[in-house]
Design a protein around this ligand. Structure first.
Ligand code: PLP
Length: 376
């Protein structure tokens, strides 16, 4: 065996031992929050398609029309010949939606954060980051070379203390957080964070991956990034900001400059989905209403967003609980470290406007029974 394969196998064996190995399961998603796995139809509570728009006929038709008209791929980076019309139309609509001067579409949300943060902060600068911020905010922070200091999750007093301790020694400061936290479903105290940012002359970047279209109320940050892959049912990432910041990204965000533009179909699908979000505002309330129905049934703290964590603890136990639910027809994927801190493996239950009340009640009942029986 080559030393390379020996390395890979030894690493996999360690992951297996800790129940942390990850495996791919072919999954065909359908309408009405269904998903087919291994020939079985399941009701999925693990998709981020919060408004069920990925399968909306209008969104699918927009993707088909754009592919037919502009081709399957962008053909080059945005700065060469890849800046096709659907991207520009989408950027205009995103900027208008957020009420800012401009927007820029990236290849994905991950790529957006990987490019935005280092374009704004470097070795002389300070980054204050929420301890539970998404992996791509951390990746952008680390790549930047700035001093990176974490503050306790959603703890504004800790943020203030750290800003006080560190800010004066740095040229610029950036605060990184999320509007809705991806694995906990709670919301950042943005009013307080923005007040601290102002007091310490720091710039705030809010990752709105799980907020757009479903949790929009409240303060807006000068830098709001997000993804086209969740509520907008497509693929890609974006930044909304001032014209000057967006123009800077076009020249300096490496994950924007040195990569091919998003395919026309993805941009057109996201644009069609954003139009639906705006034209049919009654859709937005449903995922949160269903999440609250579920938390009430299980006696959990009231949901703050369409994401509800059911904490289990150890990875093995979370896998067992997920498997027991799958056997009962519900797809609720277990989330394990390092996606979440050690000892906090969980089921992450995500609600969609496409779910029926009966499906939500069915899951609550199945999960309640399993937990009462002491499963896992
Ligand atoms: C908070 C957060 N930010 C960024 C991303 C990355 O977005 P994308 O899937 O478009 O790369 C995700 C999820 O994937 C996320 O949950």
């Amino acid at each position: 065996m080559s030393s390379l394969d020996a390395f890979a196998r030894a690493h996999l064996a360690r992951l297996d031992e800790d129940s942390l190995r990850r495996r791919l399961a072919p999954t065909a998603r359908g309408a009405c929050a269904t998903a087919q796995r291994a020939g079985r139809e399941l009701i999925s509570f693990s998709c981020n398609d919060y408004l069920g728009l990925a399968n909306d006929p209008r969104v699918v038709a927009a993707a088909q029309e754009a592919a037919g008209r502009y081709g399957a791929g962008a053909g080059a980076s945005r700065l060469v010949t890849g800046s096709h019309p659907p991207l520009h139309a989408l950027e205009e609509r995103l900027a208008a939606h957020k009420g800012v001067e401009a927007a820029l579409v990236f290849g994905s949300g991950y790529l957006a954060n990987l490019g935005i943060v280092p374009a704004l902060a470097g070795p002389r600068d300070l980054i204050l980051i929420d301890a539970l911020a998404h992996s791509c905010l951390w990746a952008g922070a680390r790549v930047s070379g700035a001093e990176v200091v974490r503050f306790r999750h959603n703890d504004v007093e800790d943020l203030r203390r750290l800003a006080d301790d560190h800010r004066a020694r740095h040229r610029h400061a950036l605060i990184l957080t999320e509007r809705v936290f991806s694995m906990d479903g709670d919301r950042a105290p943005l009013d307080a964070i923005l007040a601290i940012a102002e007091a310490y002359d720091a710039w705030t970047l809010v990752d709105d991956a799980h907020g757009l279209g479903v949790v929009e109320a409240g303060a807006r940050a000068p830098l709001e990034m997000g993804t086209l892959s969740k509520t907008l049912g497509s693929y890609g990432g974006y930044l909304c900001a001032s014209r000057a910041v967006i123009d800077l990204m076009v020249s300096r965000a490496r994950s924007f400059v040195y990569t091919t533009g998003l395919p026309p179909a993805s941009a057109a699908a996201a644009l069609a989905a954003l139009a639906i979000v705006e034209d049919e505002p009654e859709r937005a309330v449903r995922p949160l209403t269903l999440a609250r129905r579920f938390t009430a049934r299980l006696g959990l703290p009231e949901a703050e967003s369409p994401i509800v964590p059911v904490l289990v603890g150890e990875a093995e136990a979370a896998l067992a609980l997920s498997a027991a639910l799958e056997a009962r027809g519900f797809l609720v994927v277990a989330i394990r470290p390092p996606t979440v801190p050690a000892g906090t493996a969980r089921l992450r239950v995500a609600f969609s406007a496409a779910h029926g009340e009966d499906q939500v009640d069915g899951l609550a009942e199945a999960l309640g029974t399993l937990l009462r029986q002491g499963c896992p």
